[in-house]
Design a protein around this ligand. Structure first.
Ligand code: HEM
Length: 89
């Protein structure tokens, strides 16, 4: 089984592979796959993400992570994400 999430954290590919850097310029990640089976929904997913985050930050301009409560990540090996993420408004 190919674990593409690990490839997206490859230190040979990224300077700070474990840092969330929204301004990262060289960003050859594999979140949407690659090649012939590259995700057909990638443009839609990106548009939805942009719209959702814009609405969220318009509504809660001071939104930030609660520094006193660490996020809990999902234990699965394939799909990555947070199980809980405590925010402050
Ligand atoms: C953040 C959201 C999404 C992520 C991270 C994602 C990720 C991926 C990945 C990694 C693949 C490649 C799988 C492989 O190589 O076997 C893929 C394929 C695919 N995705 Fe997505 N996807 C997302 C959203 C969507 C949406 C919204 C749609 C449709 C509306 C979609 C439709 C497809 C289809 C049809 C394929 C198969 C393409 C093919 O095999 O030629 N995806 N996706």
């Amino acid at each position: 089984m190919v674990w593409t999430a690990v490839a997206s954290r490859d230190p040979r590919q990224f300077d700070a592979p474990h840092t969330f850097d929204i301004d990262r310029a060289a960003n050859a990640h594999l979140a949407f796959g690659r090649g012939a089976h590259f995700c057909m929904g990638a443009p839609l997913a990106r548009l939805e993400g942009r719209l959702a985050l814009n609405i969220l930050f318009d509504r809660y301009p001071g939104l930030r992570r609660d520094p006193d409560r660490e996020p809990v990540f999902m234990p699965g090996a394939n799909v990555m994400g947070v199980e809980s993420l405590h925010l402050l408004t």
